[in-house]
Design a protein around this ligand. Structure first.
Ligand SMILES: Cc1ncc(COP(=O)(O)O)c(C=O)c1O
Length: 454
């Protein structure tokens, strides 16, 4: 009978398929390694299994033990699947911003989920620190630590790399992979270079992440990029790292799904966009393999939700859009007047007066901003009430008095959407390609609709 003994025997061995529709303008071969066809739904099944087998072999994980890992995503699913089958208890820590659906997915496998506040990674309450403490204090606790564990990349040296070599009959010339922990690109890269040192290894990385030269500023694509260099990424493995915006990642993911019928996640869009850039300079002898890490099923409420995409400024409606309202505001104002949380209330009042605006976002970086850097809002009305009640507040930091961030709207959304989005708020924050670029107030909207020039 053709029957596997356990689901774990089915990890790996994923197919490669040609993407000749999305790659129709290229001369090279464009091939996709479909890692979402692993039994847990992603490339991370491979390192999850390899880390657990290695821990069993060296005794760091004993029968009846507990696996503890800080993860919100695919590694969690892989570990939970292995734990279910091999009889381990599993505890995952994750930040509180993670969607309920992802928590439920891990609980479905029988895992326990501990929610931690969103704080810096070295803060004692961060999900990484809590996981380390839990692993140390739980009898039989074992922390796989996917960022540093060498069995992560070893899984790709042993399986993914050889599969790609064999499936392309050694004809692969370029590998394109995203970089999260770095395990995938490092493991496959080392294996392929050992077979043929001329094979080019190309990283695809979100704008802001350190791998492509960023400082670790936040971006929206999930599961990839990083704000420091983990042990599983070998900085010498990639011949080139291509930086990819959130907009290009998400729109390319949607194109792959619609044009190829391959339902892919956001990081697949990052990888395919990089491959399309690379492929423009390649001839018919080049064989480009792109690793597609996971499926679009986990992103139905984001990348595949037109409302979410429009709100973040990734989609453009026909007719009059918010972009026109912003343009109508005139060129004499800086695009996004803002203040920082550590500046004083006095400074905030003076910025509002200098530009004659009634509210502005509180942000913890300089433009071009990322959505996660917007931390609140101050308005002239609220500041006035504060200092009238308590004059000493004038010299206190804005962080103490600010309100929540404004509702948001995408630049490409229709003008009438702004009126609905405003609700009780006095203004909306405008996003273009995931970046906050301006604000539109109720009076900006009225001026635009009435054709009034200020
Ligand atoms: C969605 C997604 N894409 C890509 C990756 C990158 O893989 P790696 O950690 O091996 O670099 C991961 C995992 O970290 C992921 O969850």
């Amino acid at each position: 009978m053709e029957v596997a003994d356990s689901l774990l025997d089915l990890v790996g061995g994923t197919p490669i398929v040609r993407m000749d529709r999305i790659g129709r303008d290229l001369s090279c071969h464009l091939l996709a390694k479909l890692e979402y066809l692993n039994p847990g739904g992603s490339v991370k099944d491979r390192p999850a299994l390899s880390m657990i087998l290695a821990a069993e072999a060296d005794g760091s994980l004993q029968p009846g033990g507990t696996i503890v890992e800080p993860t919100s995503g695919n590694t969690g699913v892989g570990l939970a699947m292995v734990a279910a089958r091999r009889g381990y208890r599993c505890i995952f820590t994750m930040p509180d911003k993670i969607a309920e659906e992802k928590r439920q997915l891990l609980r479905a496998y029988g895992a326990e989920v501990v929610i931690c506040p969103t704080v810096a990674h070295d803060h004692p309450d961060s999900y990484t620190e809590v996981a380390a403490r839990l692993a140390a204090s739980t009898p039989g606790g074992y922390l796989p630590n996917q960022y540093e564990n060498p069995n992560n990349q070893a899984a790709h040296v042993a399986t993914t790399g050889p599969e790609i070599w064999r499936q392309t009959a050694g004809r692969i010339t370029h590998l394109v992979s995203t970089i999260g922990t770095g395990g995938t690109i490092t493991g496959i890269g080392h294996y392929l270079k050992s077979m043929n040192p001329d094979i080019q290894i190309i990283g695809a990385d979100p704008e802001g992440s350190v791998y492509s030269g960023g400082t670790g500023r936040p971006y929206l694509v999930e599961g990839i990029g990083h704000d420091y260099w983990p042990g599983n990424y070998d900085r010498t493995v990639a011949d080139r790292v291509i930086e990819v915006s959130d907009r290009d990642s998400f729109l390319t993911a949607r194109r792959v799904t619609r044009e190829e019928g391959i339902l892919v996640g956001g990081s697949c869009g990052t990888a395919v966009w990089a491959a399309l850039q690379l492929g423009r300079d390649l001839g018919p002898d080049a064989v480009v393999v792109v690793v597609l890490p996971d499926s679009g099923r986990g992103y139905l409420s984001k990348v595949y939700d037109d409302g979410w995409m429009a709100d973040h400024g990734f989609l453009r409606a026909g007719g009059d859009t918010i972009e026109a309202v912003l343009a109508h505001k005139g060129a004499d104002l800086p695009p996004l007047i803002h203040i920082h949380p550590e500046e004083t209330v006095r400074a905030a009042i003076s910025v509002l007066r200098e530009y004659g605006v009634s509210q502005m976002p509180v942000v913890r970086a300089e433009p071009p901003l990322r959505l996660a850097e917007v931390v609140g809002t101050v308005s002239d009305r609220a500041l006035l009430e504060t200092v009238l009640g308590e004059p000493a507040m004038m010299d206190e930091p804005v962080a103490k008095v600010m309100g929540p961030p404004l509702p948001m709207i995408g630049t490409g959304e229709p003008v009438d959407a702004a009126a609905k989005r405003l609700g009780d708020a006095s203004a909306v924050l405008v996003l273009d390609g995931g970046h906050p670029t301006g604000i539109v107030t109720r009076s900006d909207l009225l001026d635009y609709l009435a054709g009034i020039e200020r």
